[in-house]
Design a protein around this ligand. Structure first.
Ligand code: GLA
Length: 386
């Protein structure tokens, strides 16, 4: 795709363009563990957001997207949070603001062109990809010298403080640190990442339900608040020094105080505590080549989300149940925030369109709606040229 040829004909341009691209991500395991100090595994996928940035000679900022999103023009000295149809620009403007608070000087404004092969609202982190592509382009164009890990943390801050979503670091860390043939392991307590080899001759499939993601914002905030409430109550029950993070509580400790926790908070805590341990176990099992056992844990993860965290939907459960019946599927689960969005399947060699189509057909019969499929491989990560 030739995005460098795209430019606004009307704005004054100076130095040459910076071109940055950032992939989407799939969450392999570690559902809602990141804001609880736990482990997560994710992979970058071969669908990307691309930006072209050109410095201007005045203080103007012009944001344009290939998608049918409204363009935006504003003054660098009056960067404000946008709403309605222009809210897509907040991921860009949020990066501008956090980079400036970290000392990046923007003596003049810029034009930014955005295009994407990454579906929006599918739970594949198009927002983190836009933040990271923008951050890398700004850092390069204005000489910031930020590392990938720094950009990931700043992108999360942009999302928390400017966009207003209380997300953890998963999306931004995977988008920034992912690459071909590997999974990214994030330890959210230390914010350190490492690479785990993606097993050869296996694939990732995304099944996108197209269900309204609208619930996800309020649902996400609600789960975040419940996880904090569970942690605070567990601190009281277990005593000083315990439960710095929710994942520090062991399953045995949790069982011991079950009667003293409201039932809902008990289940939220049980999901986080067991999911963190599943993610740890998956890393060990991947290193030992135990594919079947890893797949089993992916199914268990979905079950825990469904029953304890209640962030699945009937449509996602249906897709995971159908995938479970297929010989070529090692494991499957909802991926990302939940409340709609997508399920992912980890598949053996040979799993292809015919098998995926069977799930699509069953979904159409059951819901009278289209299930979109994307075949993926862990793909190259954040890239910037200019
Ligand atoms: C969304 C958030 C992440 C993470 C997942 C759930 O993708 O952005 O930080 O919490 O949901 O694991």
């Amino acid at each position: 795709m030739d995005v460098t040829s795209k430019r606004s004909a009307t704005t004054p341009l100076d130095a040459s363009a910076v071109h940055a691209t950032a992939p989407g991500r799939v969450e392999f395991i570690g559902n809602h563990t990141d804001y609880n100090g736990g482990w997560v595994l994710g992979a970058t996928i071969d669908r990307r957001v691309e930006v072209v940035l050109r410095r201007r000679t005045d203080r103007g900022v012009r944001l344009e997207s290939e998608a049918s999103l409204p363009s935006l023009e504003l003054d660098l000295d009056r960067v404000e949070r946008q709403s309605g149809e222009q809210a897509w620009a907040n991921y860009v403007l949020g990066m501008v603001e956090v980079l400036r608070t970290e000392g990046l000087e923007l003596p003049e404004g810029f034009d930014l062109w955005v295009e994407s092969t990454l579906p929006v609202g599918a739970g594949l982190s198009s927002s983190a990809a836009l933040e990271l592509a923008t951050g890398a382009a700004l850092s390069t164009a204005y000489g910031g010298g930020f590392t990938r890990a720094e950009l990931a943390r700043l992108a999360r801050r942009a999302e928390n403080e400017f966009v207003g979503v209380p997300c953890g670091l998963l999306d931004q860390a995977v988008v920034a640190m992912g690459g071909a043939d590997r999974l990214v392991r994030l330890d959210a307590r230390t914010e350190e990442t490492s690479a785990v080899s993606f097993p050869s001759e296996t694939g990732l499939w995304i099944f996108r339900t197209h269900q309204a993601h609208a619930l996800s914002d309020s649902g996400y905030q609600e789960r975040f608040d419940e996880a904090r409430a569970a942690r605070d109550r567990l601190r009281e029950l277990l005593g000083p020094g315990e439960a710095e993070h929710l994942v520090d509580v062991t399953p045995a400790q949790l069982e011991a105080v079950q009667a003293d926790l409201p039932e809902r908070l008990y289940r939220r805590a049980r999901h986080v505590v067991t999911e963190h341990r599943r993610a740890e176990r998956v890393v060990e099992l991947l290193e030992a080549g135990e594919r079947e056992a890893v797949g089993q844990l992916l199914f268990e993860s979905h079950e825990s989300s469904r029953v304890d965290y209640e962030n699945s939907t009937e449509a996602l459960d249906f897709v995971v149940d159908r995938l479970k019946e297929q010989e070529g599927v090692l494991g499957a689960r909802l991926t990302g925030a939940g409340f709609g969005g997508a399920a992912m399947a980890w598949t053996r060699a040979g799993y292809g369109n015919a098998e995926a189509q069977n799930v699509v057909n069953a979904y159409a019969d059951r819901f009278g709606a289209e299930l979109e499929t994307l075949a993926c491989q862990p793909a190259s990560g954040l890239n910037v040229e200019g």
